[in-house]
Design a protein around this ligand. Structure first.
Ligand SMILES: Nc1ncnc2c1ncn2[C@@H]1O[C@H](COP(=O)(O)OP(=O)(O)OP(=O)(O)O)[C@@H](O)[C@H]1O
Length: 238
């Protein structure tokens, strides 16, 4: 059986006295899953911990498959040992992010923003996949614009292309369709699912759009209150 790309057990952090807990998550290459739940329940915090931006307080297991290597990479051990340089390399090489705000660099135009992750890894320019995503998301006329000259939805679309340009193993997207009209939202969602499957990228996205999640048959992790409202636990929807 193919091992999952990612396997996590008991990942948790406190925000004040409020605990955010993910008991268990396995994601296969090419699989897309959504994190849903009420506002403030901890969706972005969970995404940041999985994305190695925020250090969890508790973590029993976090493993990332290493393609041809015999054993998966023990990320929990790297976090425990505070191996920051190694974790930064992992973020740059194997993860892709679509932050809520888009996160584009203001002094670069859209094309330069999209090219940046590959340039930083010393890879040649994006090529066919990037051009196809640019085309499908209607970004071609915007390539020479700076982020400040774009709408928030246009920034989100550009941010998605930037996040997949280096073909990461794991894509993390925080409400990537929140600022888009229903037509554009569906288009981006379909492209996310298709790109994940085609490039074998596991994708975890925060989304409130239950209609789209249902239509695209996307697995849902739902944040539900626990401990009488003193925390959130994220579990697969039944
Ligand atoms: N840096 C921080 N320090 C302390 N508490 C924080 C911090 N960031 C967020 N919180 C709190 O942690 C909880 C979870 O926040 P988070 O942003 O993860 O929620 P969310 O589910 O993504 O919310 P939304 O759907 O509104 O974006 C909230 O109660 C928030 O106030």
């Amino acid at each position: 059986m193919t091992p999952p790309l990612l396997h996590i057990e008991n990942l948790a952090i406190h925000r004040g006295t409020y605990r955010i807990l993910l008991p268990r998550l396995s994601l296969a290459r090419g699989e897309v899953a959504a994190i849903t739940g009420a506002s403030g329940c901890g969706k972005s915090t969970l995404l940041e911990m999985i994305g190695l931006i925020l250090r969890p307080e508790d973590l029993d297991r976090y493993e990332l498959d290493e393609r041809d290597a015999g054993a998966p990479l023990d990320i929990a051990a790297l976090l425990r040992a505070d191996r920051q340089a190694r974790l930064a390399d992992l973020r740059a090489q194997r993860l892709g992010f679509v932050p809520q705000s888009g996160g584009l660099l203001p002094f670069l135009d859209v094309r330069q923003n999209i090219a940046l992750p590959r340039r930083m890894l010393g890879l040649p320019a994006g090529g066919e996949r990037v051009e196809e995503a640019v085309e499908r998301l209607g970004l071609r006329p915007l390539l020479h614009k700076k982020p400040a000259q774009l709408s928030i939805g246009e920034r989100q679309r550009a941010s998605f292309v930037r996040a997949i340009a280096h073909e990461p193993d794991l894509l993390l997207a925080d409400e990537p369709t929140a600022a888009l009209d229903p037509f554009q939202a569906r288009r981006l969602f379909e492209l996310i699912v298709e790109t994940s499957q085609r490039l074998r990228i596991a994708t975890l996205l925060v989304s409130h759009d239950w209609g789209l999640l249902r239509d695209c048959a996307i697995r849902r992790l739902v944040g539900v209150p626990e401990d009488g409202g003193g925390g959130t636990v994220f579990r697969d929807a039944a």
